[in-house]
Design a protein around this ligand. Structure first.
Ligand code: S3P
Length: 171
């Protein structure tokens, strides 16, 4: 029993904000796979996509996820596309995974001035919406529970705690 809680969902769904709150509430450490990749590779994700492409990033993300699984008592915020890489999705199977669900309008409002997500660079609302609807099914198939991500982050964290089915030992 590793007591880890994974958060999945589209870019802008609030995984990091909710994850931070949740980790404090549970007394767990907070881990963000995007940050781990950037620290390990010593470059930003944007630069990595530009220089080496998405597949390279997905492999680094997989390696980061594998390392995360060596530890316990963590709330783990994952990159929005982690579930699209079979090897990473397989690692998430059997874990306690919460899908923070948001609609495309919410994502658009939250990220319209963001320049840190390579996949949304110069993307139209329609393209972003299409990507979200393709991924939605994968998030749903990977998660143990879907959580409404349109609420305030504190409320989303509370909803996750309320829905936690696994009994966690105190860290
Ligand atoms: C990505 C989401 C990003 C980051 C990378 C790719 C995606 O993470 O991993 O830019 O494919 O959806 P966030 O979901 O934390 O923005």
């Amino acid at each position: 029993m590793n007591n880890n809680i994974f958060l999945i969902g589209f870019m802008g769904s609030g995984k990091s904000t909710v994850g931070n709150i949740l980790s404090k509430r549970l007394g767990y450490s907070f881990v963000d796979t995007d940050e781990l990749v950037e620290e390990d590779c010593e470059i930003s994700i944007c630069t990595m996509f530009d220089k080496f492409g998405e597949k390279y990033f997905r492999e680094k993300e997989y390696v980061a996820l594998k390392k995360v699984l060596e530890n316990k008592n963590q709330v783990v915020s994952t990159g929005g596309g982690i579930v699209t890489y079979d090897k990473s999705r397989e690692l998430l199977e059997g874990q306690e995974v919460y899908y923070i669900d948001v609609d495309s309008e919410t994502v658009y409002q939250r990220l319209k001035s963001d320049s840190t997500r390579p996949l949304l660079k110069n993307s139209s609302f329609e393209k972003m919406s299409d990507l979200l609807s393709i991924r939605k099914k994968i998030y749903e198939n990977t998660c143990t529970r879907k959580i409404d991500g349109k609420k305030e982050p504190e409320k989303v964290a509370e909803d996750i705690i309320f829905n936690m089915t696994v009994i966690h030992d105190k860290p």
